[in-house]
Ligand binder design. Structure first.
Ligand code: SF4
Length: 374
């Protein structure tokens, strides 16, 4: 296969990409600063087509359920949490969680593992490991067709500390209770200097990576995310991507679990403490497209790049399919974290499929393991 684009001052990077060679940190810097966005997109699309030659874009049936908004961590970029003791804090009852999951299986639960429950929440000091073990076991007993994609590395790291357990035992117990895979939330930017400014009470980048490393060693798949557009530099974004790539190398060599997808999204400033401290604006769609393209080029060992239509809106997500994305994510049905910051772009499944077709691809349903479903 030959790339037909004219890459002006990116000849050396283009040569490496065509030869399947790995790009470096310096290449990442050059890509982020390349002035011609369509050229960058064409190169990322070339890699996307090499990895996924069929003109399809995948999606799955899923629902986000936020079991609690109580959180003591108070990240400066978060508009979702309520501190312990707040009158606006909640913990969903099991009945409420079951009702939401029932609605999910009614639309997408036609095959084993065919719909995804993304269960996440704040770091609530009242909820120890037994709460999750009982909840997961009850969910799996009632809804065997649900894939339980639950608890970010941040929640798992805190849960281990709160329950006074080693990380590995915590993940083993959650897995035994029904946890199928771990979502990539809580990564933000995996650079200490950035975390000190936006989430100083959270786990360190090394600890976030360690949760995923152990999960992969135990045979669990996870996803990886990046929340960009707050206080970080472009170099920080590249460092973040290269840290993910290095862990994926380790995990692929071990041959057990791995990162199945990478999902970047932009900081949503409205209602956050960070936006009141600094004049931060919502990043633009071109920044998203550039970030997606650079991620596709640097993350040569992560197969799937998922759109974040919830933060970018459907149009930018469609254009992103020409910048390296190959997946439209989940139908979601419900989303509370981004909505708390004033952004709300939920889409019904028929609309999601229409958008994929309109962009020139065939929509194909998948499960959380990225296996195509009929
Ligand atoms: S991002 Fe997560 S950990 Fe941070 S305050 Fe919000 S809910 Fe808590």
């Amino acid at each position: 296969m030959r790339c037909t684009i004219y890459m002006s001052n990116l000849c050396d990077i283009e040569r490496k990409v065509l030869a399947g060679e790995r790009l470096t940190f310096a290449d990442g810097v050059q890509l982020f600063h390349h002035p011609n966005l369509p050229e960058l997109g064409a190169l990322a699309d070339y890699v996307r087509r090499r990895k996924h030659p069929a003109p399809i874009v995948t999606y799955n049936f899923g629902r986000n359920v936020n079991y609690t908004n109580v959180c003591w961590v108070r990240c400066a970029f978060c508009a979702f949490y309520r501190p312990p003791g707040s009158g606006e804090g909640y913990v969903l009852s099991w009945e409420e969680i079951f009702r939401k999951v029932q609605e999910l299986v009614e639309v997408g639960g036609d095959q084993p593992g065919s719909c995804e429950l993304l269960l996440q929440g704040g770091l609530n000091p009242q909820l120890k490991i037994e709460y999750f073990e009982e909840l997961f076991a009850a969910l799996k007993a009632r809804f065997p067709q649900v894939h339980l994609h639950a608890l970010s590395a941040t929640e798992i790291f805190y849960l281990a500390r709160l329950s006074r357990l080693p990380l590995e035992e915590t993940i083993r117990r959650l897995h035994a209770a029904g946890l199928d895979s771990i979502p990539g939330g809580g990564a933000e930017i995996l650079v200490e200097e950035v975390r000190r400014q936006i989430s100083p009470r959270k786990e360190t980048p090394e600890q976030w990576l360690e949760v995923h490393r152990i999960a992969h060693q135990l045979g669990l798949n996870t996803t990886a995310t990046m929340m960009y557009g707050s206080v970080e530099t472009l170099e920080h974004r590249i460092e973040h991507l290269l840290r993910l790539r290095a862990l994926q190398d380790e995990s692929l060599a071990a041959g057990r679990g791995q990162f199945t997808a990478f999902i970047p999204w932009s900081f949503q400033p409205r209602g956050t403490a960070l936006a009141t401290r600094r004049p931060l604006k919502k990043t633009r769609g071109v920044d998203y497209l550039r970030t997606v393209a650079v991620a596709r080029l640097l993350l040569d060992n992560i197969e799937n790049l998922q759109a974040s239509y919830v933060t970018q809106g459907p149009k930018i997500a469609q254009i992103g399919l020409k910048f390296g994305l190959n997946d439209f994510g989940s139908t979601m049905m419900e989303e509370n974290v981004v909505r708390a910051a004033g952004t709300n772009f939920l889409l019904p499944v028929e609309e999601l499929k229409r958008l994929i077709r309109e962009a020139g691809y065939e929509p194909r349903r998948r499960n959380t393991r990225y296996e195509l479903l009929e």
